[in-house]
Design a protein around this ligand. Structure first.
Ligand code: 6R9
Length: 687
């Protein structure tokens, strides 16, 4: 990783320069009404601020949050979470050692914070609106009903022998039972690990084995975009190689019966037998709430660990202030529950705030490109939070699909997962939001737990610059580092994006691999958390994200390690070696491009090899991981010490074969021209 990261850094400055120009262009005609609104009553917005001495505006509150972190986070945690036992120490963190501990001495339970306390004030308020795959069909679940579901499910888990600290893998579509399953784990002190239901059986099995889960929760089938997906069959396949799994709970999403094995238990039937109350376990602030696997720059996904108190406080606070969420609003985060965005902004953040949250089970094109906006009209969604890849896709279908529906309920629009290009930003803001809704481009990661940089919160009506994430959230102190590891203090600079102080939402470790956690996040820039992204800071101090600095791709907002794909490709019997890089893709943002060297004597037709490789990647990882292009080459460009020069391959797939830079360390330069020619041929060929 270190090598490729360094190589990346060298091309970094030019890249940044390009982004800077884009920003300058935009600034000239697309400013969001700048006003000066000093000294408004900030305590009306955040009541705790009344006690923060000298704080009168957003800048004051932000400065207080970073300079007086203990006071800031202490007050918010006391006020906004329900504690069983109050904490005695706000934080005990040493970034250099990867030691992160918040709210020590405190005991609480995340499910109580998301459910029970709202039952006292608003039991009949709708907690979840399940926007089912079948167009025009939604189901509402009140807080009282969700607590009941959660308790019954918690009792089933206990009856099946799940105890505090045990891991439970959830492989389900977004639906109320999935949320109940997550909260039921939290209630009885188990640790959930939700695996995106698009992952293959092998990817699922890897994640079950790494977590050593005792139990898996799934559904018979899933529906997505009108297609039926055989979830249970995938689980059957996966658990064959997972000896830790003793039981599989199977919910019925469709009416179709599936083959049950002796490990399987029908979930709804069991739930009906259980009591509607289930005592919550008192959890320490730092007890594990969940694991979530994400890709890094090696072949092995990392199980990031989040804990009860800090995660809950951070997601609820960002949900409230980034989106300006108020009581009674309907929050529409359309991300799948299997990703961190679904965890933080479809489940924990909104429910902790007593909000009404949408679980979107479908796709943006089903039954037609108006799906999102028809849903907005029917459910009266107030905040819509989606991904740039979907926006890019929809804008191609034209404005009429948007304008057909009433979007007057919308107050805030959000974007997440990857850089949003200016064209998509502008369309989203102008057509979807009719120029009336603030559009917040939010930067964060599985590792950060919640949003770290976004245009809001800010002073009311402060400017929003298109396609910039702009302002750090309370308590977040971004730092940009140069190639030598020095912190850049000036403005109008680019560098590796780090965060200089701990915050409550950050991941605490990589499950079973604390060493990797320290090496990945804390060793590259001692005393800082390293994000893996590059960023630019403008003259005004606003941030713009440039992209990953390591070998991680971002395909339609989903993280994917190039090493993960290579590992699968290399297993094919005809492949001698391979290198996978990302290339710019109009809709997906980035796509995977594989270069392969065949073993001597292989004369299978290339089309057959390509098809087999794509199928294998889909089968072993997921469909979205399959390379769009597979180019057979005689050899890969390598340094004299034998390292693949991905920098060169990246340039070639970006169509910049004439700007390869310094090739003096390359072993055999004749390889390059062949690869450039082969690439032109491949990209030119109709697909
Ligand atoms: C929440 C989420 C994290 C990576 C991150 C970065 C990219 C996320 C972005 C963005 C530019 C944004 N990313 N938001 N890049 N602008 N607003 O997506 O988490 O799946 O862990 O991905 O996604 O590269 O490092 P995760």
């Amino acid at each position: 990783m270190a090598m490729s990261f360094l190589a990346c850094r060298n091309t970094f400055v030019k890249h940044c320069f390009h982004r800077k120009l884009t920003t300058a262009l935009w600034r000239s005609f697309a400013k969001w009404k700048p006003t000066s609104s000093r000294n408004y009553n900030i305590a009306a917005c955040m009541p705790e601020a009344a006690a923060f001495l000298g704080v009168g505006d957003h800048a004051g509150l932000y400065n207080y949050s970073v300079n007086e972190g203990d006071r800031f986070w202490g007050a918010l945690a006391r006020q906004r979470l329900s504690w069983i036992t109050p904490f005695h120490t706000v934080q005990d963190c040493k970034l250099s050692e990867g030691k992160i501990r918040w709210f020590e001495g405190g005991q609480l339970n995340a499910s109580v914070n998301c459910l029970d306390r709202h039952i006292h004030t608003c039991p009949e308020r709708v907690a979840l609106i399940w926007e089912k795959d079948e167009p025009g069909t939604e189901a509402r679940v009140t807080y009282r009903q969700l607590l009941e579901l959660t308790c019954r499910l918690g009792n089933v888990l206990k009856r099946q022998g799940v105890r505090k600290g045990d891991r439970v893998t959830i492989y389900m579509p977004p639906c109320p039972l999935t949320v109940a399953a997550m909260l039921a784990c939290a209630r009885i002190g188990a640790v959930h690990s939700v695996v995106f239901a698009g992952f293959s059986s092998e990817a699922l099995a890897d994640r079950i084995r790494d977590a050593q889960s005792k139990l898996v929760i799934t559904s018979n089938q899933a529906l997505r975009g009108g297609r039926t997906i055989e979830l249970k069959k995938t689980v059957d396949q996966a658990v064959k190689d997972c000896p830790s799994v003793t039981r599989v709970l199977v919910a019925m999403r469709t009416d179709n019966q599936v083959q049950m094995t002796d490990k399987d238990i029908p979930l709804e039937e069991e739930m009906m037998k259980e009591d509607v109350t289930c005592d919550p376990v008192a959890m320490e602030s730092e007890d594990m709430l969940f694991l979530l696997y994400t890709s890094g720059s090696t072949g092995k996904p990392k199980g990031l660990v989040h804990t009860h108190a800090g995660y809950l406080l951070y997601t609820s606070l960002t949900h409230r202030y980034v989106f300006n969420y108020h009581d009674g609003d309907v929050f529409g985060c359309v991300a799948d529950i299997g990703w961190i965005t679904g965890h933080s902004y479809a489940v924990y953040g909104p429910l902790c705030n007593g909000g009404t949250t949408v679980l979107f089970e479908s796709t943006p094109l089903y039954p037609d490109p108006g799906r999102y906006w028809e849903t907005v009209e029917r459910l009266r969604i107030n905040q819509f939070y989606g991904a740039p890849t979907a926006i890019r896709l929809l804008l191609k279908y034209g404005d009429q699909w948007v304008k057909k529906y009433d979007r007057s309920s919308l107050k805030t629009l959000g974007s997440v997962g990857e850089p949003i290009n200016s064209e998509a930003w502008e369309w989203y803001s102008r057509v979807v939001g009719e120029g009336k809704c603030p559009l917040v481009d939010t930067w964060w990661q599985t590792e950060t737990g919640g949003i770290c940089i976004a245009p809001r919160p800010s002073d009311p009506d402060a400017e929003i610059i298109p396609a910039m994430v702009m302002r750090p959230f309370f308590g977040i102190q971004p730092a940009l580092m140069d190639e030598k590891g020095n912190r850049l203090s000036a403005s109008d600079v680019s560098g590796a994006l780090c965060i200089a102080q701990p915050w409550p939402g950050m991941a605490r470790t990589i499950y079973n691999d604390h060493k990797r956690y320290i090496e990945t996040y804390f060793q590259p820039y001692p005393g800082h958390f390293f994000t893996g992204d590059g960023a630019y800071r403008s003259k005004e101090g606003y941030y713009q994200i440039i992209g990953r600095l390591d070998d991680v791709l971002n395909v339609s907002g989903h993280r994917l390690g190039t090493a993960e794909i290579e590992e699968v490709v290399n297993q094919h019997h005809v492949v001698a070696e391979s290198a996978v890089v990302g290339y710019p893709h109009e809709i997906k943002g980035e796509g995977a491009y594989a270069f392969i060297v065949l073993k001597d004597g292989v004369d299978d037709p290339e089309e057959l090899i390509e098809k087999q490789l794509r199928d294998t990647v889909s089968l072993k990882i997921a469909k979205y991981a399959a390379p769009d292009y597979i180019q057979v080459v005689k050899r890969l460009p390598k340094t004299r010490s034998g390292k693949i020069m991905r920098r060169v391959l990246r340039k070639i797939v970006e169509g910049k074969g004439s700007q390869l830079g310094d090739l003096s360390t390359m072993d055999d330069q004749t390889a390059v021209q062949e690869i450039i020619d082969g690439h032109k041929h491949l990209r030119g060929a109709p697909r």
